[in-house]
Design a protein around this ligand. Sequence first.
Ligand SMILES: [Zn+2]
Length: 114
Amino acid sequence: MFCRNCGAVNDDNAFKCIQCGQVLQGTTAGPTEPVPNHLVPAILVTVFCCLPFGIVAIVYAASVNGKVQAGDYAGAVAASRNAAMWSWISFGVGLVVSIGWGLMSFLGAAASQM
Ligand SMILES: [Zn+2]
């Protein structure tokens, strides 16, 4: 197989790349629990709530699976936590903004009636 990191040719059942040490078979080493990537909530909050923070959440969420495949389990868990955190931040900001916006338009409509 080819190393994803440096492109060196390795033995098919090699655990690590002979050239750069990149772990080639993430599934055979370390914890194998799936890491939730939180991609769906990240996309939902981006669409419905708050675009800038949602994009941060999507970037973290999208990096989770890649890190798992690269054998970087700790990095995947960290990215997963960040994705969840930014999804909640985006959700909270979106909620506050939409309540504020609703209040403003309500007051604006009320003011224009007078
Ligand atoms: Zn390599």
